[in-house]
Structure formats: C-alpha cells, structure tokens
Design a binder for this molecule. Structure first.
Ligand code: HEC
Ligand code: HEC
Ligand code: HEC
Ligand code: HEC
Length: 162
C-alpha cells in the first residue's frame, strides 16, 4: 500500500491507543455491570452509597398526617386540598428532628404567587381564583381574613402576627 494510506491509518491507531489508555486510567475499577443486568446495571458500585447519603428534601402530606392529623384532615376537606403542605411550609427534611419546626410564612407574597389574577384564557394557572394584589386589601395579611388551611369561609378575624 502507498504511504498516503498508511499515514492516516497510523493516526487512527494512535488515537485508538490513546482512548484505550485513557479508559484504563480514568474509568474507576468498580464501574461495570451490577445486579440489575446489562440494560440498567451500568454504574459505579460506590455511587450507591453516595446516593444513600443524599437527604430527602420533600416528605409529602401523608407523612405530615402522622403527627398533624387535625391540620391534615382540615385542609383535605378545603379548597386547598390539592396543595401540598410543603409548598407553603418548605421542605421537611428530617423534621421534627431537623429542623425542629418548619417555616410559617404569613406574608402576602406566599399567597400572591398562586392568586395574583392572570388573564390567560385556557391556561391552568388562570383557573385558580385570582385577585388584584394592589386592590384586594393591600395593607393586610391575607391570613387575617382567610385561613390558609381552609381559605373559603373567610371567617377568621384577628390581629396580624409578625
Ligand atoms: C413525627 C411527628 C411529626 C411529623 C411527621 C411532622 N411534624 Fe411538624 N411538628 C412536629 C412537632 C413535634 C412540632 C413542634 C416543634 C417545635 O417545638 O417547634 C412540629 C412543628 C411544625 C410546624 C411549626 C408549628 C408552629 O406552631 O411553629 C409546622 C408548620 C409543621 N410542623 C409542619 C409539618 C409538615 C408540613 C409536615 C410534613 C412534611 C410535618 N410537620 C411533619 C411533629 C411532626
Ligand atoms: C401553590 C398554590 C397556592 C398557594 C400558595 C395558595 N393557594 Fe389558595 N388556592 C389554590 C388553588 C389551586 C385553589 C383553588 C382550588 C379549587 O378551585 O378547587 C385555591 C383556592 C383559594 C381560595 C378560594 C376558596 C376556596 O376554598 O376554593 C382562597 C380564598 C385562597 N385560595 C386563598 C389563599 C391564601 C390566603 C393563601 C396564602 C395563605 C393561598 N390561597 C395560597 C392555590 C394556592
Ligand atoms: C396555602 C399554604 C399552606 C398549606 C398548603 C399548608 N399550610 Fe400550614 N400554615 C400556613 C400558614 C400561612 C400558617 C399560619 C396561619 C396563621 O397563623 O394564621 C400555617 C400554620 C400551620 C401550623 C401551625 C399551627 C396552626 O394551625 O396555626 C401547622 C402545624 C401547619 N400549618 C401544618 C400544616 C400541614 C401539616 C399542612 C398539610 C396537611 C399544611 N400546614 C398546609 C400555610 C399553609
Ligand atoms: C380584610 C380581609 C381580606 C384580606 C386581608 C384578604 N382577603 Fe381575600 N377576600 C376577602 C373577602 C371578603 C372576599 C370575598 C369578596 C371579594 O371577592 O372581595 C375575598 C375573596 C378572595 C378570593 C376569591 C375567592 C373565590 O372563591 O373566588 C381570593 C382568591 C382571595 N380573596 C385571596 C386573597 C389573598 C391572596 C389575599 C392576600 C394577598 C387576600 N385575599 C386578602 C377578604 C380578604
């Protein structure tokens, strides 16, 4: 064969060699096919322990019900039944150990996030009952008049808390 055929072939051989060398140096020893077979089993074995250490942020309302059963039943019978507790109180992590208590946010901003009126027809967001935050009792906390766990009756009248 002629030189012009060999020269590119040498280059290809060198590239393949470099890739094989890099593979033996870079790929961790415990990478391979594990229990779950060829299709799903490809991973680094020590990565399993790393994932087990990841703290689960959100626990879902079912977990809250174990201890806050009254709040749970109350809200599940209200217009806010579909809203997850942690949407308003933040991620639970290992609560009540860490953090001991969860955030209680009484700001207007918490509610306006979902209830500021949106004029987009056919969009799910617009189907949430909306108010104009600049006109709807702008000086007052929403929770003075609406119980967040049961917003409909608007039967709550009391002093604003900080
Ligand atoms: C194992 C029982 C337990 C579970 C499960 C639990 N809590 Fe609690 N929660 C507590 C205890 C105990 C406190 C009181 C801690 C303290 O001294 O502030 C508390 C406090 C709170 C507070 C603060 C109340 C206040 O008056 O300051 C909120 C809000 C709260 N929990 C929400 C939740 C939510 C949301 C969930 C589900 C993601 C949840 N909790 C799951 C036991 C629990
Ligand atoms: C994550 C979004 C979200 C947040 C945050 C939220 N809401 Fe709602 N709210 C909804 C949805 C969705 C509905 C309508 C449910 C339905 O139509 O069945 C609703 C319904 C209502 C209603 C209508 C009455 C009813 O029972 O249907 C009022 C009033 C209300 N919310 C007030 C508040 C207040 C006050 C806050 C803040 C403490 C708040 N909401 C926070 C999503 C939210
Ligand atoms: C729409 C937002 C929202 C949702 C959803 C929500 N909360 Fe609350 N929660 C609040 C606010 C705001 C307060 C403070 C109310 C106040 O003091 O007027 C509060 C108060 C509390 C308190 C303190 C005791 C009390 O009743 O004042 C606990 C405990 C609590 N929530 C647990 C829960 C649990 C458990 C769920 C789910 C089953 C839940 N919350 C869902 C907004 C919410
Ligand atoms: C001073 C008391 C008061 C305050 C503060 C207040 N509201 Fe209202 N809200 C009412 C009353 C009364 C109604 C029913 C009559 C009306 O529409 O004005 C209502 C109606 C609503 C509705 C419509 C409910 C439906 O079924 O269509 C929503 C949503 C709402 N409020 C959310 C909020 C939010 C979010 C805040 C805080 C940003 C807030 N409100 C602050 C008294 C209050």
């Amino acid at each position: 064969m002629k030189n012009h055929v060999w020269r590119p072939l040498y280059i290809v051989i060198v590239i393949v060699g470099v890739i094989l060398l890099a593979r033996t140096l870079l790929v961790p020893e415990d990478f391979g096919i594990h229990e779950r077979g060829y299709m799903y089993g490809w991973h680094r074995k020590s990565n399993e322990a790393e994932w087990k250490k990841v703290r689960v942020k959100y626990k879902t309302a079912k977990v809250c019900a174990e201890c806050h059963v009254d709040e749970y039943n109350y809200i599940k019978a209200s217009g806010h039944a579909s809203i997850s507790c942690e949407n308003c109180h933040g991620p639970a992590y290992d609560h009540p150990q860490d953090p001991v208590g969860l955030t209680i946010d009484r700001s207007r901003a918490l509610c306006i996030r979902c209830h500021s009126f949106m004029p987009y027809k056919g969009n799910i967001r617009s189907s949430i009952p909306g108010i104009d935050p600049e006109k709807h009792y702008p000086q007052a906390q929403c929770v003075m008049c609406h119980i967040p766990h049961n917003p409909k009756p608007m039967n709550q009248k009391r002093e604003a808390k900080s």
